[in-house]
Design a binder for this molecule. Sequence first.
Ligand code: NAP
Length: 455
Amino acid sequence: MAYTVTNPFTEEVIATYPKTSFEELERALKQAEDYYFTSKNESVVSRAKKLLAIADLMDSKREELAQTASLSMGKLITQALSEVDLCVEIMRYYATHGPQMLATKPYIYGLRREAFLHYESSGIVLAVEPWNFPYSQVIRVFAPNYLLGNPVILKHASQVATCAQALDDLMSEANLAPGAFKNLFLSYQQVDEVLADKRVSGLAVTGSSQVGQKLAAKAAANLVKTSLELGGNDAFLVLKDADVAKAAHDAVSARLRNCGQVCTAPKRLIVAKEVADEFIKLVTDELNKVKLGNPLEKTTTLAPLASKAGLELLDEQVTMACENGAKVLVAGGKVTEKNGYFYRPVLLTGLEKQNPLYDQEFFGPVLQVYVANDEVEMLSIANDSSYGLAGAVYSQDKVHADELAQKLSTGQVFINQPATSHPELPFGGVKNSGYGRELSDLGLYEFANCKIIAW
Ligand code: NAP
């Protein structure tokens, strides 16, 4: 199976890559294992300097890398540039703060006896990554693991094989030691083989809950440690005292970012009845303003979806939601009159519990709105989800918003701002959104051997 990249705007195939051969896979595992042992003789500070150099190199190639992402999965060029910038920030963050975070930590035990915790590398980490953030999802795994001394093997989504290759080329150009990072065009069967290989000790998956569950089961059978960053169906709570105009603007811009293909996008808007009419009107107005077009043009505000399969799935989901009682407040949908996997934004309401789509993630520009009678009902709708990635609470009373935030069953909540990722903050979810944390100090410890030496 070759990896094929199709431009979602032109619908033309722009690149194909042959599948990794058995020999290439074996060579990559051998080099990664060798690197794992030799990196034990290099200091974290030395790797931090190299990480800074990779960040600088990536920064110098931001336009070219952003263009590759836009052409491969349709991201608006401005958002692709921001994604490259985020990668640079993540690497600089770990290079600057990582050595201190990995410093030996003293413990006292028994009758004032001393012990020391050492953060050590643990082995090869396999990163299975999605197409929606083709660079930053990879760098979130690579940067902390590189600092630690863990080699990373990448199996990227086939849709963004171009971006995977660009990252591999970047690491070579930065003279990264062989084995520290390697992109491979693996088949699913080869992913299973890598997980069964004794040289591999970690698996980081970002993707759908279904794939996460499947790969975690394979990893568990081989006692490979897993971190799972999976899907989300985030709630966005607008309380009766919220700045409604800001809430509506933020809800739409966050939901339409990356053409709605963001795990932490506000997919369920839960609004207090006192401000519901105003909020829905403002959201409707914003949705009607979008300009579909070429992702490379700066005037375009809504790009095509990344793939035909994604477009068809979204279309089926909306049709099924409506057949089962959902009401359409903004009628968008699949664009058939021109090339490209375009989908105009849709605003749905009335998705009741018995609707088969009630607990499903819509990965595209589809918003759902729920009007709640009080905050108890708001929380009950928000937490009635098999996902638990992130969420947002909008209120003029930050202390009260914080009280509600503490009652949301998610890994992250943002107050008066949409959920997004920052290098300094732990990122991850609960329930079917996965487990483990990326970014921040916690991301650095995810695949560390936290080794105690007791005196
Ligand atoms: P996906 O279908 O789960 O694919 C993710 C990755 O898994 C891809 O590299 C894919 O490769 C690979 N894969 C799929 N089936 C596999 C198998 N049986 N064995 C080995 N590898 C397999 O997800 P997606 O459609 O790319 O991404 C969208 C999902 O990711 C959404 O649910 C979104 O919410 C979630 N996401 C979560 C986060 C987070 O941080 N929590 C961030 C971004 C996205 P192929 O492309 O070759 O199939």
